[in-house]
Design a protein around this ligand. Structure first.
Ligand SMILES: C[S@@+](CC[C@H](N)C(=O)[O-])C[C@H]1O[C@@H](n2cnc3c(N)ncnc32)[C@H](O)[C@@H]1O
Length: 370
C-alpha cells in the first residue's frame, strides 16, 4: 500500500504535476513551515526594529548619508560587529537598503522611521503593541479572561505616549477625510471630540473651518496632550477642554455638527461602544454627522489581518477590548437611529464610518421603511 513519506524540502516540490507522480514526487505535499517561522521570527523582527530606533540608526543614517557599519557605529557610539548584525536584520525586513557593505535609508525608512519623516511612526512603534510584558502572559490572560495588568490600571501612563505616537498618522487621516466628508463646507462647524488624545480630528476640522469650535474631551492627565497640540497648531482659542470619563461627562443635546469617536470604541466592549454611539447621536443636531474611526475586521474576521491582530492586541492588554466588524458597527449605528451610513478610508489602513443623524424622525422612518 502507498505510504506517504514526509519529504525534507516540502517547499521545493513545485514540479509536482499530473505528469510527475510516483517516486520521487508523491501525491502527498505537506505545507511549508514558513508561516510558523514567520510567527516565531515576529518577536525578533519587532525587537530588531525597536533596537534600531533606540540607538538612532535611522536618524543617524539621515545625518551621515549612506554609511558602512564601522562609520555608523562611530557616529552612534556602539559596537561595530553588533551593529552590523542588527543592520542586516533591518535590511532583511526591507526597512533599510544595503549595497555591499554600505547601508542607506530606503523610501520606507525616510517616510516612516526617521523622527521627522512626513509620516513618522518612530514614537508609535515602542508603544503600539501595548505593554510588552502582557504578551508574555497572553496564555494566562486567555485562561483568566483578564490581563494581569490592563492599561485601565494606569491609563495616563499608557495613553500619553500612545497619543503622542499616533498623532501624525491620525492627523493625516483627519485632514484627508475632508475630501470625503467636506466638513470645510460649513465654516462654523461645532465639533465634539470624545477621547480626543492629541486632538488630531479637532485640529484638522478647525484648520478647515475658520469659524469652527471644538469641545475636546479626554481623561485628566491625557488631555494635557490635546492642550499642547492645539496650541502648537494655533487653534487652542477655539477649543473648550472637558476632562473626564466620556461615559459620564455632561454633553449638550442636539448641539454639534460633528461628533468624533476616534479609536475609542475598541477598548469599551459592545455595551460601552453602543453607549458611546448613543451619546454621539444625542449630541448631534439633526443633520449632524458622527465620524467613528477604528480598525474593523471583515464579517468573518480573517480577510484583514491588521484589524484582526489589533483585536488580539486589545484582548492582551485591556479589560473589555475587542475589535468589532463592519457589520456589527453598521447594525449598531442603524439601531441608534443613524442613517446615510458609509465607510471611508482617508489614508491606507485608517477606516472611518460616517453616519448622519436624520433631520427628523420621519426621515428615519422613510429611509428604513419601518
Ligand atoms: C487610541 S486613543 C485615540 C485618540 C484620538 N481620538 C485619535 O483618534 O488619535 C484613545 C483615547 O481615548 C482616551 N480614553 C480612554 N478611555 C477614556 C474615558 N473613559 N474617557 C475619556 N477618554 C478616554 C484615552 O486617554 C486616549 O486618549
Amino acid at each position: 500500500m502507498f505510504e506517504p513519506r514526509d519529504p525534507p524540502y516540502p517547499e521545493l516540490k513545485k514540479t509536482h504535476t499530473m505528469a510527475h507522480t510516483g517516486r520521487p514526487w508523491t501525491d502527498f505535499k505537506p505545507p511549508a513551515a514558513a508561516s510558523v517561522w514567520a510567527s516565531v521570527e515576529g518577536l525578533g523582527r519587532y525587537y530588531i526594529l525597536l533596537a534600531a530606533l533606540e540607538i538612532g540608526v535611522f536618524d543617524g543614517l539621515q545625518r551621515t548619508g549612506p554609511a558602512r557599519a564601522e562609520d555608523l557605529a562611530d557616529e552612534l557610539g556602539v559596537s561595530t560587529d553588533h551593529l552590523r548584525s542588527l543592520l542586516d536584520g533591518v535590511v532583511a525586513q526591507g526597512l533599510l537598503d544595503q549595497f555591499r557593505d554600505v547601508y542607506e535609508l530606503n523610501d520606507t525608512a525616510k517616510r516612516y522611521l526617521v523622527t521627522d519623516g512626513p509620516a513618522s511612526m518612530a514614537s508609535l512603534i515602542p508603544v503600539a503593541p501595548g505593554p510588552h510584558e502582557n504578551w508574555t502572559r497572553l496564555a494566562d490572560t486567555v485562561r483568566n479572561g483578564r490581563p494581569a495588568t490592563p492599561i485601565e490600571d494606569d491609563p495616563v501612563a499608557f495613553y500619553v505616549p500612545l497619543v503622542e505616537g499616533t498623532f501624525t498618522t491620525m492627523f493625516r487621516c483627519a485632514t484627508r477625510a475632508d475630501f470625503k466628508v467636506r466638513y470645510s463646507a460649513r465654516p462654523d462647524t461645532r465639533v465634539l471630540d470624545l477621547g480626543a488624545g492629541g486632538a488630531p480630528w479637532s485640529i484638522a476640522i478647525l484648520n478647515a473651518c475658520p469659524q469652527g469650535s471644538a469641545v475636546v474631551n479626554d481623561l485628566d492627565g491625557v488631555i494635557e496632550v490635546a492642550r499642547r497640540k492645539t496650541s502648537e497648531h494655533d487653534v487652542i482659542s477655539r477649543c473648550e477642554f472637558r476632562p473626564g470619563d466620556f461615559h459620564s461627562i455632561d454633553i449638550e443635546a442636539s448641539s454639534y455638527d460633528i461628533v468624533v469617536l476616534g479609536h475609542v470604541c475598541r477598548t469599551e466592549g459592545e455595551e460601552g461602544a453602543r453607549s458611546l454611539i448613543a451619546r454621539a447621536f444625542d449630541a448631534l443636531r439633526p443633520g449632524g454627522r458622527l465620524l467613528l474611526a477604528d480598525y474593523f475586521p471583515d464579517m468573518e474576521r480573517k480577510a484583514n489581518p491588521h484589524a484582526v491582530i489589533m483585536g488580539t492586541t486589545m484582548m492582551a492588554s485591556t479589560e473589555r477590548g475587542f475589535t468589532f466588524t463592519h457589520r456589527e458597527f453598521s447594525e449598531w449605528l442603524r439601531a441608534a437611529g443613524f442613517r446615510s451610513i458609509r465607510l471611508i478610508e482617508p489614508i491606507g489602513f485608517q477606516q472611518t464610518f460616517v453616519a448622519e443623524r436624520p433631520l427628523s424622525s420621519s426621515d428615519q422612518t422613510t429611509q428604513t421603511g419601518d
